[in-house]
Design a protein around this ligand. Sequence first.
Ligand code: PLP
Length: 453
Amino acid sequence: MSNRYFSYRDGRLQASGVPLDALAEAVGTPFYCYDADALEHSYSHFATALSGLPATICYALKANSNQAVIATFARLGAGADVVSEGELRRALTAGVPARKIVFAGVGKTPRELAAGLDAGILQFNVESLSELKRLAEVATARGTTAPVALRVNPDVDAGTHAKITTGRADSKFGIDAAEARAFLLANREIPGIRIEGLAVHIGSQLTDIQPYRLAFERLIALYRELKTAGLPLKRLDFGGGIGISYRHGPLSENGAGEEVGEADARVTAYAEMVRGLVQGLDADFVFEPGRLLVGNAGVLVTRVLYVKDNGPRRFVIVDAAMNDLIRPTLYDAWHEIVPLTQPAAGAALRPVDVVGPICESSDTFARERPLPPVAEGDLLAFSSAGAYSFVMASTYNSRPLAPEVLVRGDRYAVVRPRMDYETMIGQDRLPDWLAGQDDSPRQRKAGRARGAA
Ligand code: PLP
């Protein structure tokens, strides 16, 4: 693996100036490591590409919601795209001003709507007319008015993985454009609601600009039409979704790439396209990038526990599992796997299955992946593990959540320690019929017999 932030130095894979094997010694494995310079670079590049446009960049917390990550972006001026009260609280706690927060999501509860109103957020991205009604009730009851962008479903196929495409007419997201149009034209005054804009988000991990163009053209046409009809709209939210490169570096199938450069080029093309479409438009804009800002800024480091041959297949069993990184299981996602110690030049590659210890065949990170010689005790890194990785971790198989480390130059900080067993087990409670008394079937029978006597 080789990008500007994770690369071999003196034969050791480093995050900026910190060797990852030293971190493994310090915090144990598995662990996540993020690079602050990479986070800052991706944000700054995106912001620069859009400079001059009246835009708020609302980092989509769902990609990685560690406080240190959010605070890094907040200090650069980012807002936040949140989808739950938990994310709203995380954004506010990390220092994101409420006026830069958009609240998205298809199923916000009344309590979550109230939390957004009380915080004074920039806008609610409303996904159904039922939700709009509920928001109106909550806002009216609080004597306030909710700023709203209606999320329109543009019926565009983003051409990405079926599980992360969101802009087709048959998806659960957004409101049909014709329905939104008819509703807005017929309901110009809605007590408790101020319709300020329109929003779209057509999917995630998009590597092609064309679906965006189509969706944005449709959104802008609707916006113009509604403005011409006298609606006081002022904002367009273009959502997130810009993809990153997962295949890169010296060991990838398609040879050495440079993911930082590739992502930067994609952003530049995207920004140019947006600029072209919004020329002369009386609006300000919201962007909700997630993966783009964090995906290639993180790795998951793991240790090889065992290597075994079963028939023709060689299995490399590592101490990370699907509970730590579920993307390969969930989306058949590809993560490049690289040794922390640089392989000898020209080392022979051999196909192996890299698997975790969990009792499910789906606990598989890679099948028949050509890797250089791997021995028990070796350290490996899964690249591009900054987005939708730790945030999707669970304690399945009662495996405590892995720690997260943030590197900056030659310094590092543990930004979330490894969960300890006491915390994990201590979350459970015994009901009173199990706590402190013998409630075996024999005792219960005896109790019933006593009751009958
Ligand atoms: N905005 C919305 C409404 C989303 O649902 C998502 C992700 O699903 C995002 C933004 C962020 O997407 P990405 O991480 O692909 O940029």
